[in-house]
Design a protein around this ligand. Sequence first.
Ligand code: FPP
Length: 259
Amino acid sequence: MFEKFFKKNNTLEKSINNFKNKDFTKVPKHVAIIMDGNGRWAKEKKLPRINGHYEGMKRVEKIAVYASKIGIEYLTLYAFSTENWNRPKEEVKFLMSLPEKMFNFFLPSLMKENIQINTIGDINSLPEHTRKVVNNAVYETRNNTGLKLIFALNYGARTEILNAVKKVAIDYKNSVIKLDNINNSIFSNYLETRSYPDPDLLIRTSGEQRISNFLLWQIAYSEFVFSKVYWPDFSEEEFNNSLVQFQNRDRRYGGLNEN
Ligand code: FPP
């Protein structure tokens, strides 16, 4: 028991040290992750798909704590898209039970790490039991000042953008804003992510290379890393690998970097 605990924490320490030894100067402020590959992970092990989601849920806590320890300020995780309702009923039901499992097991460790839980997406359309537990986690962690862990739940970027456009139209109609004043930064204030900076780094696991309706406005200048590893196997070391790739990118935002 103690040996297992020690080993577990040793691994975490090792990853943090590996990270530090790489002498990072640029830790991305905001990392967004498309957690993909739970189903394939399970299939390869001849397990039901939901086992993959369960393991994936456990990875969420580990990666969130690790992100916090290495100084990332915002971590946005794509947990359930507006399109995921099209999955088999039983799978959706299981996915809707995951926040309960997650926060029952892990709220104490997230609290200990001073992590604040936030959400984007249409929480109100989630089943009541899911909504309740998510709202409770948001409430319990509201005064935490560390990493902001943002769950995209029942989230779709096109819907988010359309909702923002509708609000802009209403404000225009009511003379709250003038047409000439609508610019990128004003428009960003109508999005659900208005209180967060845009992601510096977007990671998608499992080898797929697409965006799947995630943060379409916000990733205009994000760096993309596509990891081949399935989400349940996305270790702290693999996270380090993604961060190293980010480190080696030359971010020009459409301009020139002449050093
Ligand atoms: C994609 O894998 C993953 C999801 C649709 C769900 C992601 C959810 C978690 C990792 C748990 C989230 C935890 C909380 C607390 C909400 P996939 O099923 O598309 O995998 P596949 O492409 O291999 O089939």
